[in-house]
Design a binder for this molecule. Structure first.
Ligand SMILES: [Zn+2]
Length: 231
């Protein structure tokens, strides 16, 4: 009875092995939960950006925010929409930083364009494909289907870990909505203010929601953003 209640070395090793196996089984689930938390936090960011976009529209006769606005203090006299949201509408810096992105956004929002979220350059934030210029955005009542038109979304410059303040190209080229941050889901702030995830891979990036790169595609596909069809 002398050693009756004491673990032998073998028993101890078995217990440790069991704990290690359990930990290995739990780890993927924990990682998944962590990713989910990041995706939810990102969606919250986009919800706030959508709200500020609405505030901007209230202040500016229903125009969506243009990609850049007048700002005499900057060298080029312009400030990105994100800088305007930050300084004029007091949107905190972290709101422009997706928790799923590799980098932490620290630099000055007055000039920094490498934020996690891009605005829809072609169909909301400018008029370049509608015979207008790069500073004249769409008005809310011009959009055919706001609930299916991207306002702002997780974005990336392909080949880097940087996000970008506008989305305007196809998957194979430059600045695109980015699904990789959230298990191939990109969070989207739609033009009606709603936020939801959209599965985005290189093969299913489609033109319907407004990230086409060619003017030829305007009006030729079942697009929802097309403002030429309205009014
Ligand atoms: Zn995100």
């Amino acid at each position: 009875m002398k050693n009756g209640n004491i673990f032998t070395l073998i028993e101890l090793l078995v217990v440790i092995a069991i704990i290690a196996i359990l930990a290995a089984m739990l780890l993927p689930a924990l990682n998944k939960a962590r990713d989910k938390t990041k995706a939810i936090s990102c969606a919250s960011n986009l919800k706030q950006l959508g709200l500020v976009s609405s505030l901007y529209q209230n202040d500016w006769d229903s125009f969506f925010p243009p990609t850049k606005m007048s700002y005499p203090l900057n060298a080029d006299g312009l400030i990105p929409w994100s800088g305007h949201f930050h300084f004029t509408y007091k949107t905190p810096t972290k709101t422009f930083d997706c928790p799923g992105s590799a980098e932490t956004l620290t630099s000055n929002l007055r000039t920094n364009q490498r934020i996690s979220y891009g605005a829809n350059y072609y169909h909301l934030a400018t008029s370049v494909f509608y015979g207008g210029d790069s500073k004249l955005p769409a008005k809310a009542n011009q959009i055919k289907a706001p609930s299916r038109t991207i306002n702002m979304a997780d974005s990336i410059v392909v080949g880097t870990t940087d996000g970008n303040y506008v989305i305007y190209s196809t998957w194979s080229s430059d600045r695109v909505p980015y699904g990789g941050r959230h298990s191939q889901i990109a969070n989207i702030a739609w033009a009606d203010g709603r936020v939801s995830g959209l599965k985005c891979t290189s093969t299913n990036f489609n033109q319907e929601h407004g990230w086409v790169s060619s003017s030829a595609q305007v009006g030729t596909r079942p697009n929802y953003y097309d403002r030429t069809n309205k009014r």
